[in-house]
Design a protein around this ligand. Structure first.
Ligand code: NDP
Length: 253
């Protein structure tokens, strides 16, 4: 029996990258996982199949975040999926992972792209939490994926880093509100982490990125998933409102 047996989890942006690894890890611990995706249905279905192959339970839920009606659409699919499989719409774990990358030089940033970044990265997590409060049970867990860029300067990603600064406020301020219900909320900040970006196929680029970590390697999605699994478990019951540096020592300077 896994640490999360009997629990339900929603992982946003779980069709690939870090979210995929989180979904797989939580399912391996026994949770029934809603694998949220925006556009890549095949990828999400592949994650569900991988989970099921290993004896776990998962289902895919689609919703484009950052557009009107996004949270409503997501929860329609989520609640239907949960009800069919558990008989209730209780949610134990919410992982706000979906994010839009924003490597745009200052002079090229447009107001439209700035708004889109905030809509997906900051506004959606806020309203997902607001909506999830009706489903989250005592002992619930909320984990928001931030970025080391809230503490590590990169002028090409100012707007993106601003969205992640906003995300970190969620843990600080919601922690006190949710504690009486036994719900914790924390931020996890990855450093450079391997995802589907073609940059990770270029050895020289990987070598350069690896130098930012004290361990001289780039992060793997599983490095982040393991931290999230801890926060999702009962072992983290005394941790709330916290910022967890999962940058492999990048922030040590
Ligand atoms: P990926 O780009 O690999 O995957 C992004 C995921 O989010 C996909 O599942 C995608 O779904 C979903 N998504 C993106 N935009 C939307 C949207 N508008 N609506 C719905 N779903 C959406 O991301 P990573 O794994 O690299 O990053 C995951 C999180 O970690 C993000 O919040 C990111 O900011 C953060 N992070 C990542 C770092 C890194 O180096 N990789 C470093 C620091 C933080 P689909 O493809 O189906 O549309």
């Amino acid at each position: 029996m896994g640490r999360l047996t009997g629990k339900t989890a929603l992982v946003t942006g779980a069709s690939r990258g870090i979210g995929r690894a989180i979904a797989v890890r939580l399912a391996a611990e026994g949770a029934l996982v809603a694998v949220h995706y925006g556009t890549h249905r095949d990828a999400a279905e592949e994650v569900v199949a991988a989970v099921e192959k290993d004896g776990g339970r998962a289902f895919a839920v689609r919703a484009e975040l950052g557009v009107p009606g996004d949270v409503h659409e997501l929860f329609l699919g989520l609640e239907q999926g949960l009800k069919e499989r558990t008989g209730s719409t209780d949610l134990n774990i919410l992982v706000n992972n979906a994010g839009r990358m924003g490597g745009v030089p200052v002079e090229k940033m447009t107001p439209e792209e700035f708004d889109r970044l905030f809509a997906v990265n900051a506004k959606a997590p806020f309203f997902l939490i607001q909506r999830a409060l009706a489903n989250l049970t005592a002992g619930g867990r909320i984990i928001n994926i931030s970025s080391g860029l809230t503490r590590f300067a990169n002028p090409d990603e100012i707007a993106y880093a601003m969205t992640k600064g906003a995300v970190e406020q969620l843990a600080l301020h919601f922690a006190k509100v949710l504690a009486p219900r036994g719900i914790t909320i924390n931020s996890v900040a990855p450093g450079i982490t391997r995802n589907g970006n073609p940059l990770f196929d270029v050895p020289e680029a990987v070598e350069q990125m690896a130098r930012l970590s004290a361990f001289n390697r780039v992060g793997e999605p599983e490095d982040i998933a393991d931290v999230v699994a801890f926060l999702a478990s009962d072992d983290s019951r005394w941790v709330t409102g916290a910022f967890l540096d999962a940058t492999g020592g990048t922030l040590l300077g």
